[in-house]
Design a protein around this ligand. Structure first.
Ligand SMILES: [Zn+2]
Length: 367
């Protein structure tokens, strides 16, 4: 019990730094209601273990300015791996949350020993390119486009692994990392908690398929079966377009990449260039898309009164047309919903970054 209390205090100190960027011994003493020498003792344990360091002075509160306690960036590097159908992306994040390196490898997914060997080689190559003065976290965060169960088994429509539950034990054995699997939408949501801290929002993952990650007051909502956020299969139009799940009218076929690309447009870049150029097929298709999206956003807002972040592969393009989307949302909003849509702050490899953050979390005392 004593050591549990100790690690919960040490974890509290880390979370203080998460929330405010830094803390100090006088602040910890007052917030934890402990004496200053006890606070100093706790923070010294984290400094000795390498997690924290002293850096500069806190703003003056009248008396002597206290030492700032911050995360030691060189404590450990945490890796995140995002697995997609056609590529994998690796991100390395230092203990102060900075991206040290990010790289995408073209690699077509297959459920085979060969594929895992190739992933392992990519990881090795990536690790060799990292600064050598910083040890690696032994946990690797892995984001997959699918449902990840509480026992870390998963299934994925996008990877065509939807007939049963699968696990990545073989990859763990090959790489010698302890794997931490998470759904890609949840990983994208975790990535945004870095900026929005204790905020509440739905991170919409608008990609080849549609999903979301729900964050309530800074915490990811997983649900009873870890399936929370399946907004892609909420019915948007009764008897509407057929969805891959076997039902009709789901949000997914209205808001996924195929809804925009269909036949004549080769990529999202190409499609949105045509929207900007005023190509009639692109413009009318995009208007339909925005209407469906506005409907979904209003449903989500009525349901949980949260902000929305537009993520996935389509998200970044939508921010260039935000006025139009806001107009459509407001036209049907139950309450005034200006500023409902928040900026996405992690636009480069959000799922891989979120996976790296999930692995970083395992470094906290008692995690
Ligand atoms: Zn569906």
């Amino acid at each position: 019990v004593a050591s549990e209390a100790k690690s919960s205090t040490l974890r509290f100190i880390c979370k203080e730094i998460d929330d405010q960027g830094y803390t100090s011994n006088p602040q910890l003493s007052s917030e934890l209601n402990i004496s200053l020498p006890t606070a100093i003792n706790y923070s010294k344990q984290l400094i000795d273990a390498g997690l924290l360091l002293k850096d500069g002075k806190c703003p003056s509160t009248g008396g002597k300015r206290a030492d700032k306690l911050i995360f030691n960036p060189k404590y450990k590097l945490s890796l995140g791996l995002d697995i997609k159908q056609q590529e994998i992306t690796l991100v390395a994040v230092d203990f102060a949350y900075q991206v040290v390196r990010e790289h995408t490898f073209a690699l077509t997914f297959a459920w085979s020993h060969d594929y895992f060997v190739q992933v392992q080689r990519c990881i090795e190559q990536f690790v060799r390119s990292l600064p050598q003065d910083c040890p690696l976290n032994t946990c690797l965060g892995v984001s997959v486009p699918g449902t990840v169960n509480h026992d870390q088994s998963f299934s994925s429509y996008a990877l065509r692994l939807n007939d049963k539950s699968y696990d990545l034990r073989e990859l763990g054995e090959l790489t010698q990392f302890q794997l931490k699997l998470l759904n890609d939408s949840n990983a994208g949501a975790i990535a945004e908690t870095r900026s929005y801290k204790r905020g509440s929002f739905v991170y919409l993952n608008l990609s080849r398929t549609v999903g979301s990650g729900i964050v309530a007051e800074g915490k990811l909502l997983l649900g009873i079966n870890a399936r929370a956020g399946e907004v892609g299969h909420m019915t948007l139009f009764a008897h509407g377009r057929s969805c891959y799940c076997g039902r009709d009218g789901c949000a997914d076929p209205y808001l996924n990449e195929a809804a925009l690309l269909k036949d004549e447009f080769t990529s999202l870049d190409n499609f949105f260039a045509n929207v900007v150029a005023g190509t009639p097929t692109a413009v009318s298709r995009f208007n339909q898309y925005l209407e469906a999206l506005a409907l979904l956003i209003n449903n989500l807002n009525n349901f949980c009164d949260t902000n929305i972040i537009l993520g996935g592969t389509i998200g970044p393009f939508l921010y260039l047309h935000l006025d139009k989307l806001n107009e459509l949302v407001n036209a049907n909003a139950l309450y005034d919903s200006k500023n409902l849509i928040l900026d996405a702050t992690v636009t480069s490899a959000p799922a891989a970054y979120g996976a790296a953050l999930a692995s970083r979390r395992t470094l906290y005392p008692g995690a």
